[in-house]
Design a protein around this ligand. Structure first.
Ligand code: C2E
Ligand code: MG
Ligand code: MG
Length: 681
């Protein structure tokens, strides 16, 4: 293989390259690499098809790409002898390229990547390309013999490994940038060059010769047969690559359908609807068809019956909707119509038609049913805001006056604005921005020396229409609608700002912030807290987080983990309203809180009720034995204070007896007065 014959007995043949075919071979290599890398990338992202489908496709593409590059490259080299290929070896030679591509892509797609995995992938890919090449060379059948130059032979393998490693490394490391067409092209060109440079170095390593006694027939160049061959190879490969690209596009399309369309009705779903609503100037009109009591049909006749009802109604809507009106299935039992000004009148007529048709029995599975409906419409909104229009239609549907008897009701501010819940949700963002929402602070006093030891931050809302709103009204509403997290972030920020302001005024104290139940276990909360204290330069000990006992118990494992994290970051954690939930001692033992806040209901009967007094004593001594700080909430009278002083060590009291919650500026005055009072005693 490497030993050169006696130069006196042989004639070495000189061939030459056809440049266009060389370029074609290079193009094929790059195109195959691009497709393979695209599919490899698809495998890493969430796809409708399983990962191994993409891995196999990527390997097929790459394998065929390497293989066809080789044979097209062979065609580019013209020798004055006749050359044919052994069909079996030609076909078998594709296998090492495919297997190596599979292994290389598999390794480079493992979740943990290191220099080692990239090297292994590069070596496998390089060896695959080289073995394909040299098996392909073995498939040649001709009158000439050939021999390899050892140095170039080794160099060709080395090049294949190094450039494969480089392109896989770049592709893996710059994975996030591969969505960028330019970067992906660069990686593909590099990979294509790995294949081509290996091939042409390998070709340089080979020397063809014939015995000096044999006559060379200069007319027998093999390029004519080979042109046909290369055309077939190129066409086949291009077809395969195109189909691979199409399958990738199809996959994206399937993903898109799954994400943005409802499987049952094939209508665009809520996600798509929300996208539409976000369009800046929403100069459209909107109606929601609500199917009432769908649960009834589901529970009476089963879910497939319910599905058929919905399909029937969605088909009816599609059939009757005027041109230009869009339909969305935003919830199981709600279909939205979005129309423009021009189609609106026509749509209203059709909505009436739909209502009338549905007020009569419809036949589903030979069963006659009447599905009650209401259609809420929202025609006008000052700011052309899609979200407001949608909220208006929702306000109609949730209003107590709305009956589900095939009615069509237009949003009327005079009627539907009356819905406090609706208004609360509408106005909360503006309230935060315009300080209608504000914080008051209630002092906590140490029983033993009557000094203020901290404050609790409590929300207040001075609503422009409803006036003062109690947190008991708006907080549950905001919690129900997932808005309380944003509000809590706002509270944390306001409190941090206030802590700094007080610090500058010479008052450093801990502030407790109430955290709504589901937010306690959210990772967002911890990062908001960390960011806020970092931004304002506050010590974490100055913030205490209050979580209610009920919310802790509802997800005890999550709560324990979160409290541990808060504590490890230096924040204090209090268990609020203690005694109103399950008050389980086993939970209390596992929850690493710093403080127990005993609920007001236990103080109310103290000291008159002996039972309440005993319970209070028991809770306080329980807190002591667990080495927890204790805050007693809702203390209103001197008798209560006297009783607590008599039984306790140095607990804290928070109650109207000492101070009601007050605005920050009032608190400063209150603290100064208290100081003067203390000095005079
Ligand atoms: P909480 O956290 O247990 O707050 C203590 C409540 O008891 C406050 O009511 C406070 O004004 C009231 N209180 C304190 N001392 C006395 C007293 O001597 N007598 C009486 N009758 N009441 C007293 P508020 O401000 O109405 O807050 C009620 C609840 O609303 C709070 O209970 C808390 O669960 C929630 N809340 C208030 N602000 C926030 C907040 O910023 N975020 C969250 N998530 N919840 C908050
Ligand atoms: Mg509280
Ligand atoms: Mg409380």
């Amino acid at each position: 293989m490497f030993s050169f014959p006696d130069v006196n007995q042989v004639i070495f043949l000189e061939g030459h390259y056809s440049i266009p075919i060389v370029i074609l071979s290079l193009l094929i290599a790059c195109l195959a690499s691009f497709t393979a890398l695209s599919m490899h990338e698809r495998m890493k992202s969430n796809s409708f098809f399983p990962r191994y489908v993409w891995l196999t496709l990527a390997s097929l593409c790459m394998g065929f790409g390497i293989w066809s590059m080789h044979f097209i490259g062979m065609c580019a080299y013209m020798l004055p002898i006749k050359m044919e290929y052994n069909k079996l070896l030609t076909m078998l030679s594709v296998l090492p390229a495919m297997i190596a591509s599979f292994l290389a892509f598999y390794t480079s797609s493992l979740p943990k990547q290191s220099m080692k995995t990239y090297s292994i992938s590069g070596i496998m890919m390089g060896l695959g390309i080289s073995s394909m090449h040299y098996i392909g060379m073995k498939a040649m059948m001709m009158d000439a013999e050939y021999v390899y130059h050892f140095g170039y032979f080794i160099l060709s393998i080395f090049i294949a490994i190094t450039v494969s490693f480089a392109s896989l490394y770049i592709f893996g490391r710059l994975h996030v940038y591969m969505v960028n067409f330019f970067y992906k092209c660069m990686a593909a060109i590099l990979m294509g060059s790995a294949i081509a440079s290996m091939h042409y170095t390998g070709m340089h390593a080979v020397k063809y010769y014939i015995a000096s006694t044999v006559n060379i027939d200069e007319k027998h160049f093999h390029q004519m047969n080979m042109t046909f061959f290369s055309t077939v190879v190129a066409a086949g490969i291009i077809m395969m690559l195109i189909s691979a690209i199409i399958s990738s596009i199809m996959d994206r399309y399937v993903d898109y359908r799954l994400n943005y369309f409802d499987a049952l009705t094939k209508l665009p779903n809520r996600r798509q609807f929300e996208k539409t609503l976000k369009i800046n100037s929403f100069s459209k009109r909107l109606a929601i068809l609500h199917l009432h009591e769908m649960e009834k049909w589901n529970s009476m006749y089963g879910y497939s019956f319910g599905d058929k009802v919905i399909q029937y109604i969605s088909l009816l809507c599609e059939r009757l909707k005027p041109i230009g009106v869009e339909l969305y299935r935003i919830e199981g039992n709600r279909i939205v119509f979005i129309g423009n000004k021009e189609s609106w009148k026509e749509l209203l007529v059709e909505l009436r038609n739909i209502s009338t048709i549905l007020s009569n029995p419809i036949a589903i599975n030979e069963q006659l049913v009447i599905v009650k409906t209401a259609i809420a419409i929202s025609e006008f909104c000052e700011k052309n805001n899609g979200k407001t229009m949608y909220d208006q239609a929702l306000a109609v549907l949730s209003h107590p006056s709305t009956v589900y008897e095939h009615t069509i009701i237009a949003f009327d501010p005079a009627v539907h604005f009356q819905s406090v819940e609706y208004q609360v949700l509408q106005d909360i963002d503006a309230a935060m921005a315009e300080n209608d929402l504000y914080i008051v602070y209630q002092p906590k006093i140490a029983v033993c020396n009557e000094k203020m030891v901290g404050v609790e931050a409590l929300l207040r809302w001075n609503h422009p229409i409803y006036g003062f709103l109690s947190p008991g009204i708006f907080i549950p509403e905001l919690e129900k609608n997932g808005k309380m997290m944003d509000v809590t972030d706002w509270v944390v920020n306001e409190v941090c700002k206030q802590i700094i302001a007080w610090k500058e005024a010479g008052m450093e104290m801990q502030v407790s912030v109430n955290i709504p139940g589901p937010y306690v276990t959210s990772s967002r909360l911890l990062s908001v807290l960390k960011q806020s204290i970092q931004y304002y330069g506050i010590k974490p000990e100055l913030l205490e987080l209050e979580m209610t006992e009920t919310s802790a118990v509802s997800n005890i494992e999550g709560a324990i983990q979160s409290v541990e994290k808060f504590r490890s970051c230096g924040f204090s954690v209090a268990l609020d309203d203690f005694g109103t939930g399950v008050s389980s001692l086993s939970y209390l033992k596992r929850l690493p809180v710093t403080t127990l806040k005993i609920d007001k209901s236990f103080v109310d009967g103290v000291p008159e009720s002996q039972k309440d007094s005993e319970i209070m004593k028991a809770i306080i001594s329980l807190g002591h034995s667990l080495e927890l700080n204790i805050v007693i909430e809702g203390v209103e009278s001197k008798e209560q204070v006297d009783f607590l002083t008599s039984i306790s060590g140095c607990e804290m009291i928070q109650g109207y007896y000492y101070a009601k919650p007050m605005k920050a500026e009032d608190l400063e005055g209150w603290v100064r007065c208290k100081e003067v009072e203390m000095q005079n005693v």
